[in-house]
Write a protein that binds this ligand. Sequence first.
Ligand code: ZN
Length: 247
Amino acid sequence: MIYILFLIGLVVGSFLEALTYRLPRGENVLRGRSKCPKCKKTIRWHDNIPLISFALLSGKCRDCGEKISTRCPLIEISTAVIFVFIWQFYTGRLPLPLVFVVSSLMIAIFVIDLEHRIIPDSLTFLGLGVVLILFLVTDIPLLYIYLASGAGAALFLLLLNLVTQGRGMGLGDVKLALFSGLVLGYPVVILWILIAFIAGALVGIILITMGRAKLKQKIAFGPFLVFSFLISLVFGEYISFLLFPYL
Ligand SMILES: [Zn+2]
C-alpha cells in the first residue's frame, strides 16, 4: 500500500507542480498540456511521467535542451513523502481522503507563497469549502472545538497583522489560519502556531547571519505556516500529548 501511495503522491505532486506554475501566472489550471517554458513545444505524454521522465531526459527538454527546473522532481518527491508520512502517522479524527486533499492544497500554497509571496484566495477558500462541507455532512465529534480553533487562530494572526500594520503578517496568512485551525483542532492548533514562529525565527536568524536577508526585509511567512501545519497534522497528536498533557 505504501508503494501505491507513494506513486499516487508522485502523480498528485506532478499536478501540483503544474498548478503552482500556472495559477500565479493566470493560466488555465485544468486545461492545456504542459509546455516547455523556453521553446513552447507541448511536452509529450511519455516525457511527462513524474520523476522517471526527468531522470531519462537527464533534466533537459527533448526539443531544445533547456534545463528543466528541479522544482518538478522536488515537488513530486515531497508530495509523495508527505503522503506516506500521513498514511503512517496520522491519528487525527478527520477522514484520510480529506487529509490528503488538504495537504495537497497546503503544498501548493507553500510553493506559490515561496515563489510569489502571495497565498491565492482561491486555494484557501477551496480548502475552507471542502472542510466545511465535510463537517456538515459527517458527524465529526466535538465539531465546535474545530470551529473555535479556526476562529481563534485567525483572530490571533489578525491581531498580529493589525499590531505590525501588515508588515509581519499578511491577510493571506490570516485566512490560512482559519483553514488550518479548522483542520487541526485543539490543542494541535497551538502547536502549529508555536512551530511556525520558531521555524520562522530560526530561518530568519540564519538568513540574516548569512547576509542573505536584512533585518527589515520581508520574508513570506506562509511557507513556515504550511511547514508547521504539515508537521502538526502528521505528528501533532503525539507532540501535543507530550507538551501539553493536561489540555
Ligand atoms: Zn524546450
